[in-house]
Design a binder for this molecule. Structure first.
Ligand SMILES: [Zn+2]
Length: 291
């Protein structure tokens, strides 16, 4: 849990020009666009079954419920920022193991699913549609997100993950790329390039959610891949450039990261947010890149 505060402190010190806003609480109406009424109520009042809490991995408390709600609210707010100015970020979120009726793997609610559906509903009220892509590069498969959007052509789910890693029962997303243990920079980046080409062939997103998990990094306790700092930065740049070249607004989520040295996880994440800030500047200047 310490990484969240450490990242925030590092951003304040090193990127004084970014605007940090307090995360609003997601409303019941927003959560219910994805989650079942029983589950939303169970997290709100603590009546959620013990077995579900064990799968989540956090004990229930009022603070836990409040944090889960604000983590979703931050992603909804970041998505609105992204539509206005090209990119918005949450300093948490990317809770992709949460299903409609249960959490899991440190995830309570599925922030990306709630934000996607909330913004799609808003766009529909305005008489339009919003095609969404989820680019999930956390090392663990985005099983909850894949399941929630099965059969929904308006949200394309891409997950690039460790094939033998958690969750051991994976869900079918629109595009799943499972990597072997020990995958390094070159093979990872080649797989990512292929996945982005495949995404582009099948979907023209008007909004992209990027789960920039720090756990493919070689110093991660749970990742089982071997990306270097440079490889992680190249990964981020691939996604940012892909969106910039197509003027696709991007929502950045922190997702996982469990370094043997927590400072290394924070450094990987700080690098991601620094690249995102440069991306924001380029977006404002109307720049594109030649891909
Ligand atoms: Zn993860």
């Amino acid at each position: 849990m310490a990484k969240y505060a450490m990242l925030r402190d590092a951003l304040v010190a090193q990127l004084p020009d970014i605007q940090l806003l307090q995360a609003p609480r997601a409303t019941d109406a927003e959560l219910l666009r994805v989650h079942t009424p029983d589950y939303v109520r169970g997290i709100a009042d603590g009546s959620v079954p013990a077995a579900v809490l064990r799968e989540i991995g956090f004990p229930w408390s009022e603070a836990m419920a409040e944090r889960a709600r604000r983590s979703v609210g931050a992603t909804v707010a970041a998505a609105r920022s992204a539509l206005r100015q090209g990119i918005g970020a949450n300093l948490a979120g990317g809770t992709h193991h949460a299903y409609a009726d249960k959490g899991g793997g440190f995830c309570v609610f599925n922030d990306v699913a709630v934000a996607a559906r909330t913004l799609q509903a808003q766009r529909q009220r305005e008489g339009g549609a919003l095609q969404v892509a989820v680019i999930d590069l956390d090392v663990h498969q985005g099983n909850g997100t894949a399941r929630i959007f099965q059969g929904d052509a308006s949200v394309f789910t891409l997950s690039l993950h460790g094939e033998k890693n958690f969750p051991f029962r994976k869900e079918a997303g629109d595009l799943d790329v499972g990597l072997p243990d020990g995958t390094g920079d070159a093979d990872y980046l080649a797989a990512l390039d292929g996945a982005l080409r495949a995404l582009e062939a099948r979907c023209a997103p008007q909004l992209a959610f990027y789960l920039a998990g720090a756990d493919p990094f070689e110093g991660d306790r749970l990742g089982r891949l071997k990306l270097s700092y440079a490889g992680m930065q190249a990964r981020d740049q691939r996604v940012l450039d892909w969106c910039l070249a197509r003027r696709i607004p991007l929502v950045l989520l922190m997702a996982g990261g469990y370094g043997v040295q927590i400072e290394e996880t924070v450094r990987v994440q700080l690098n991601t947010y620094q690249s995102a800030f440069a991306h924001w500047q380029q977006w404002q200047e109307g720049k594109s890149v030649g891909i």
